[in-house]
Ligand binder design. Sequence first.
Ligand SMILES: [Zn+2]
Length: 325
Amino acid sequence: MAALLVAVVILIALVSPPEAKAEGNSRVIVLDPGHSWTSITTIDPATNIRDEEYPNHPEIENSFDVAQRLKTMLESAGYTVLMTKTNLHDSVTKRQRVDLADNAHAALAVSIHTSGHTFGVDYGQIFVQRTDGYRVSQSGKKVFFALPDVAATSAAYGQIFQTERRKIEGKEVVVKVNSYSGRGLADGNLAIVQLWSTVPWLLCEGGVPKSDLDRELYAESLFNAIVRCVPIDPQPTLFAPLPRLSCDALTTAIWRAGTRYTYTAATVKAASVKFYLDGVLKRTDYVAPFTWSVTPTKRAVRAIKIVATAANGNTTTQLFSVVCQ
Ligand SMILES: [Zn+2]
């Protein structure tokens, strides 16, 4: 039987008091889930640049899901989070997105994208504001990003995002220059929201998430990056990277739906599987696929342990934590 790669999920979660108040705008983070539910074409009066908003499935759903997870994490840590879209079905222009961030004098804005169908989960890119970044207006004029200080901050943040995303998502993530040529969009090399805004703005791309866990890891990596870019006191605990180990007895899947969690040990060789919550044995299952469901009663970090025992007595243990929301 081929060895299965099993991710042991150690989600060290933040438990900062939610009553921590924002001070000025230093804690205001704008999250910008990519794409609009309906297509919108606008010509921006200020720059004469054409903006195309359009739906892209399943990216629009995935991006919104990641943004919501990230919002919850950031608010728990004491940040004030403004969303450019508060509903999956919202349709908003780039100008509306930018106005939200600029008017709030946000410390940082982050656009969250995943791929449509094209790229696998291992795909990861980050785009920063640059003074050679531009888009071409309706009259053919190149409109450049003209705020060097903001560009420098954006570039520095981009490095931090790269480091944190590599760690948590466990894949190669590159900082690069975008291209909008040949895509039916205004020509150029910088996202319109980044071009128009006066606040540091990063655009993150990820591949198509294969699971709930992939979306969670994307949110956690962005959380860690934001905490390092925009520090607050007390500093929240960062999420730990996933250790990965080889195991031929157990795979684990985690679904998070509301407050109900199901843990499944889809087993090839185990004769029994024991499920522990916070050190207490909750269930022993002898029939594959081994499962256990629990409805946590309070918001907390819960320690999960799964021990699979093979017919020969060998055991495999997985430890991880979840945040009950
Ligand atoms: Zn996109």
